[in-house]
Design a protein around this ligand. Structure first.
Ligand code: GLN
Length: 274
């Protein structure tokens, strides 16, 4: 049965009204996906009557149950690029772009460096580094084979599969070669924290960092010291500045911090003392 586009959209918008602040836009995005049309086409053809595939209604049901749009569309934007994502990986957050920027800044003084990312997830950070630092050697480690599968799909998509060495393992895996820089956006949320319903669709392995939340960050600082790495840069929780700063100080290190666009403390970096 054919139905007018505007009627389909108004019904879908109504179903999404409590899930998102932009129900109409999301309904349109999902319809564009099913019809394989651009948003501008949809706007110009809202009186057209079209056959709507069942897939559209299932998309709306999923979104109405708070499943993130990115998982339904199997894609997410990060640093101006479109990455493949599904429920095996965390959805890229805009604030993580700042970590990539920080690494670009810190890597300026290094030539042919070996950069290791701990917990690469969908691969967004390592892939952006492979694209932006052509002379760097990059190793991306993750404990989840499922996440590595997604990261490889993305590396292939952006033509950097040969440039990144993907390793299945915990923290630094069994990397023997010298490491110049460690990067990580590890799980850093405290186990007891109750997350919003949308976050329950994301892998908890990628979110929860331990009783305090910063346990993995602290262990990464230990590894940075033990392996005599030159630079460390990590994303962290908005309330972890004091604890990270103290921990670094105990290890005779000085951590510097950056804020995200909301003005919250969001990450730190440590450089070897020269
Ligand atoms: N910033 C993410 C969030 O708040 C958490 C990411 C992480 O734990 N690394 O949902």
């Amino acid at each position: 049965m054919k139905v007018a586009i505007k009627e389909v959209l108004s019904e879908a918008t109504f179903k999404l009204r409590e899930v998102t602040d932009i129900p109409q836009k999301e309904a349109m995005l999902l319809l564009c996906e099913v019809l394989q049309k651009e948003m501008s086409w949809l706007v110009r053809h809202d009186n057209d009557e079209v056959e709507i595939e069942e897939r559209f209604f299932s998309f709306i049901e999923r979104r109405a149950s708070h499943e993130p749009l990115e998982y339904i569309l199997s894609r997410a934007n990060f640093y101006g690029k479109e990455f493949f994502v599904d429920k095996r990986v965390l959805i890229p957050r805009p604030e993580t772009e700042l970590l990539v920027d920080k690494v670009f800044e810190l890597a300026q003084c290094m030539e042919n460096s070996h950069i290791v990312e701990i917990g690469c997830g969908s691969g967004i950070i390592s892939i952006m580094l492979a694209l932006g630092l052509p002379n760097a050697k990059i190793t991306a480690v993750d404990i989840s084979i499922d996440a590595l599968h997604v990261a490889r799909i993305n590396a292939e998509k952006f033509g950097v599969k040969e440039k990144i060495n993907f390793v299945l393992g915990s923290y630094l895996g069994n990397i023997e070669s010298k490491i110049d820089m460690i990067i990580s956006n590890p799980p850093y949320i405290a186990n007891a924290e109750v997350l919003g319903i949308g976050l329950s669709y994301e892998p908890s392995l990628a979110l929860y960092g331990g009783i305090r939340g910063d346990e993995m960050l602290r262990h990464i600082i230990d590894l940075y010291v033990d392996k005599k790495v030159k630079i460390l840069a990590c994303e962290m929780g908005y309330d972890q500045k004091e604890s990270i700063s103290k921990y670094a100080y105990q290890k005779n290190l000085e951590a510097s911090f950056y804020k995200d666009l909301a003005g919250l403390d969001r990450g730190f970096w440590i450089k070897e003392k020269i």
